[in-house]
Design a protein around this ligand. Structure first.
Ligand code: PMP
Length: 291
């Protein structure tokens, strides 16, 4: 059994040890996965792109008709309290809001007090080895539901997808819906063709990562052409570079897919130049985009 972290958490207005936090078995998050979440990176004890995460939280909540229990200032106060109490300078904040506690019934019960939970952990960034050599991915059919745009705690499809990678000793599973790239089990997927960074367009089939807008900004800054357009399995397999982005992975190079090396010529199977520039730009953004 893994040992539980010995840290504080927030539950419904109270700060208490994570080990002691308890919710009702009738919480709709427990019974239905009826809730949403965010994972916010913290660098030097400050929250990275906080407003983007709040915008997405507000969007997820409103799509599920769950009232937002806090305004942005309220969220910031609550989250900063956890950050300040944690020993690490770089952390990953997790927050979740469920519809609340009610007798079990599928219909969205009105008038419930949402359950609010937040915790933070020391950041576990990708290893130097992963940055230097890139990571391996596998592909799988995207068998999840069609509302990947909602950052829902109903993650069973993503759990099943990630386990495909784990079973193959790979870092991530890249999902293909009808032959088109959607995303990874917990990341967005990018390919590089002829020097341009390409990602699949926003749709209900994938989560709009906070790093989607960030990648566009970093590409502008670095003079890298970029575009969102439908990307086929062939685009993936013939790419010069393949990248993953997420709060925890920042931007990470993929150098092997389904056992085949990514890229061409001397860079085959090695992280490429677009990755290197975006990684550098990302590190700069961390310094001046924190709240
Ligand atoms: N897609 C999925 C399914 C994810 O779980 C994540 C990570 N939250 C992402 C994309 C990337 O989003 P972000 O850049 O906001 O971490």
């Amino acid at each position: 059994m893994p040992t539980l972290p010995d840290t504080l958490c927030h539950l419904n207005g109270r700060t208490l040890p994570l080990r002691d936090a308890q919710v009702s078995v009738l919480d709709r998050g427990f019974l239905f996965g009826d809730g949403v979440y965010e994972a916010v990176p913290v660098y030097g004890r400050r929250l990275f792109r906080f407003d983007d995460h709040m915008t997405r939280l507000e969007r997820s909540l409103s799509k599920l008709r769950i009232p937002n229990p806090h305004d942005r200032a309220g969220w910031l106060t609550l989250l900063r309290e956890l950050v300040d109490a944690h020993p690490a300078d770089d952390q990953m904040l997790y927050l979740q809001v469920t519809r609340g506690v009610a007798p079990r019934e599928h219909t969205m019960v009105q008038g419930l007090a949402p359950t609010v939970f937040a915790m933070t952990n020391a950041m576990r960034p990708p290893s130097a080895e992963q940055r230097h050599h890139g990571v391996a991915c596998v592909t799988a059919r995207d068998f999840r539901w069609e509302r990947g745009d909602i950052k829902s705690t109903s993650l069973l499809g993503n759990v099943l997808a990630r386990q495909v990678a784990a079973d193959h000793g790979a870092a991530e599973t890249i999902l293909l819906r009808d032959g088109w790239i959607t995303e990874g089990s917990s990341s967005n997927v990018w390919v590089v063709h002829e020097g341009a960074l390409l990602g699949p367009p926003r749709s209900e089939h994938l989560l709009e990562g906070v790093r989607m807008a960030l990648m566009a900004e970093l590409c502008e800054e670095c003079g890298i052409a970029h575009n969102l357009r439908p990307l086929s399995e062939d685009d993936l397999r013939t790419a010069d570079e393949v990248l993953l982005t997420s709060a925890g992975r920042e931007v990470l190079p993929v150098t092997r897919i389904d056992g085949e090396l990514v890229g061409h010529g001397a860079l085959r199977g090695r992280p490429g130049p677009v990755y290197a520039r975006l990684y550098e730009a990302y590190q700069r953004a961390k310094l001046d985009q924190c709240t």
